[in-house]
Design a protein around this ligand. Structure first.
Ligand code: PDD
Length: 281
């Protein structure tokens, strides 16, 4: 696989980043994941806009190649022959010589930019979307700026492991009694035809897939309510699902051992997945 590091396209075995890089020492980095379908990048503009916002919020300098990001994405997709898969991008504050809690002077420390691809043949036809997935709920103990897409992913990883241990696929995070989002996705329920998902704020990531799916839902005359919901409300809903760049629209058929609706992927989630895939091709 060919990867990109700070201006160079290299075999993955030759790509190097300093051990002093602040992402390695401090989780001082932000990232984006853009899906590829039919060799085409999905929602690239949205991911780029969110990356810019993450950088601004953290006062992190833009990498030198910021204006070439589309070109770099396209070149990696081509070099690696990706038909279905994704491009991962990470920007960090760079590698000052010493470990220090204070941010380094951007005049002397340059941002690190890394991109790589992951090949995922069959992503769109994922059979799991036909059966749906099971989630558990866990307390949301992440930091308070979840709207910034940082590489601090330890708690989401732990959540995923807790779900696996419980024989489930993922965890939905709960704060003050209300669902915030999934470990790596935005959470939704459907009741009497209305799609309900938490409103945007600093407590969730502003999903690029969320924005697209809500737009398609409204265009299809579906009703959308952006507000918090509880696990009990979700368990009593007709449907549940989540969205993310890597899974698109994924039906959720069980929450904390309770079947949702018929226990099978619901019509709204199934239709939204179809619309999303159609519109993205
Ligand atoms: N995760 N919420 C969280 C906490 C996420 O990590 C993600 C994305 C989302 C969905 O955002 P989007 O639709 O823009 O992908 C919501 C990515 C895919 C990941 O970490 O792999």
């Amino acid at each position: 696989r060919t990867v990109y590091v700070n201006g160079e396209y290299l075999p993955e075995t030759e790509a190097k980043v300093s051990i002093f890089d602040r992402a390695f020492l401090m989780a001082d980095g932000v990232y984006e994941v853009t899906s590829v379908l039919g060799g085409k990048l999905i929602d690239f503009d949205g991911h780029l806009a969110r990356l810019e916002r993450s950088l601004t919020e953290l006062d992190m300098p833009k990498p030198k190649a910021f204006d070439e990001l589309l070109e770099i994405h396209r070149k990696l997709v081509e070099l690696n022959g990706i038909d279905e898969g994704m491009v991962y991008l990470q920007v960090t504050r760079g590698a000052p010589g010493d470990r220090d809690f204070a941010f380094p002077d951007p005049e002397t420390c340059e941002a690190t930019l890394v991109l790589f691809t992951q090949n995922k043949p069959g992503l769109a036809a994922n059979p799991v979307a036909k059966t749906g997935i099971k989630v558990i709920s866990i307390e949301d103990i992440r930091w308070g700026r979840r709207d910034i897409k940082t590489v601090q992913l330890l708690y989401p990883s732990m959540g995923k492991m807790m779900a696996k241990k419980a024989g489930c696929d993922d965890a939905w995070l709960v704060e003050d009694g209300f669902v915030t989002e999934g470990t790596s996705n935005n959470a939704y329920i459907v009741k009497d035809g209305t799609i309900i998902t938490r409103n945007l704020g600093t407590d969730i990531l502003h999903g690029i897939t969320r924005a697209a799916v809500l737009r398609f839902a409204r265009e299809a005359q579906m009703k959308v309510e952006e507000r918090p919901f509880t696990i009990a409300e979700a368990q009593g809903a007709d449907e549940a699902f989540y969205t993310s760049a890597s899974a698109f629209v994924m039906p959720v058929v069980e929450i904390d051992g309770e079947s949702i609706g018929t226990g099978k992927p619901g019509d709204v989630a199934t239709r939204l997945r179809e619309i999303y895939l159609e519109e993205s091709r």
